[in-house]
Design a protein around this ligand. Sequence first.
Ligand code: DOR
Ligand code: ZN
Length: 474
Amino acid sequence: MIADLVITGGTVVTDSAQFRAAIAIKDGAILAIGDDAAMPEARERLDASGKYLLPGAIDAHVHFREPGYTHKETWETGTASAAMGGVTTVFEMPNTKPPTGTVDALNLKLKAAEAAYVDFGIYGLLAEDNLDQLEALIEGGVAAFKCFMGNTFANLPAPPSGAILEGFEIVARHGYRVSLHAENASIMARRQIKLREAGRTDPLAHLAARPPVVAVEAVSRAAILAEWTGARIHILHVSSGDELRPLREAKARGVDITAETCPHYLLLDEHAYTEKGSLIRVNPPVREKAHQDQLWKGVADGTIDMIATDHAPHTAEEKHNDDIWCADCGFTGVETQMPLMLTQVQAGRMTLNDYVRMTSTAPAKAFGLFPRKGALIPGADADIVVVDLGREETVDSGVLKSKGSSTPFDKTTVKGVPIHTLVRGRFVMRDRALVTEAKGHGRNIRRVQQMPLPTPRNVDQTTAAIIAFRPGAA
Ligand code: DOR
Ligand code: ZN
């Protein structure tokens, strides 16, 4: 058999091991892993001597803005940025215009996503006014759901607990995961009004409006509703040490709950508000150093399962404003995650295996893609990133492929850079250059593996059961 490509000389890294091996690729999948000398003939060979071969990163949290806000980002620019960042699969968020809450809106997004360089899953919106659409969205090809418990860009209204519970009941029957923007809308709205009335417009007022209780309340409530319904849930962008306790407790109770944090919560602290000004505005906010220390503990002990980016591009004009309440929230991230975190790996803050687990294997498992993705084994998709751990670069927002490329990490020195990215065996980045012919190569992954359905809980207490219940009737 003749392989399409054999990568020789590199060190293969999985979530649990590292070993010198070659990888042979055929028809988009990994054909063999083994000694260089044992590889089949191939149409092409790539010498990766001295380099590391990692499963491509799976970023469970990106906003690509199309349809609706294409001046900030498009599927083409967002996935180009992913390809440059060693990210081979993204999960894209529903706060576009229109929001991805109906099948029509989903179809618009799927059309836009035809330009993708990398594979993708689409989040369907779970809101109060579209509970009757959730099953049609599953049928239509979403990979997971997103529920905004607190307001953020696009100001989608936070569903009340009753609607979240009913949404969880519906989604739980299908085993799909619901990712939560876990911030309590009412607490922060009231705080923000008071801060504005007091004349606060400085960057730190944003942090003051969203104290940790905002997140702790929402994480705890989401966990209770998930426990009650058997829904699988994922807590997005954990920003505070205080969220770790409800996460740990829920995991200990057997709730199927996963959590992510993002590079900006692990690497920045309150000083960023004076150093970066309104650029740092993001929801939830970057917090004080003590939270950062706790988050690293949560990473080390497994309470935090994944690192995602919350890639949320806006234009420079939208980011910079003397009145913090008028600066858009979020910033680009999908392209910088890998170099930033590989720098931390080399500083000894986590192992390379932990890095692979948190950026690839764990999201693949949580969203039903494993082992087709998130693993370097024969038969898996050949989603591979070739990394040069010795290479030093300086982050330059001017060269990022993202349209809204303002980043608080501009001018940061990094060590450890992806140099080639392959999606299902095809180069989408080669020698640090985007392979523009690979535009449109990305596919909707949906769920490539059917996950077993979770054990339903409280089936006699579901909304349907309660409506049917007639006390005293035979
Ligand atoms: O800061 C943020 N920006 N946080 C979010 O949750 C959403 C995002 C956006 O869409 O801009
Ligand atoms: Zn987000």
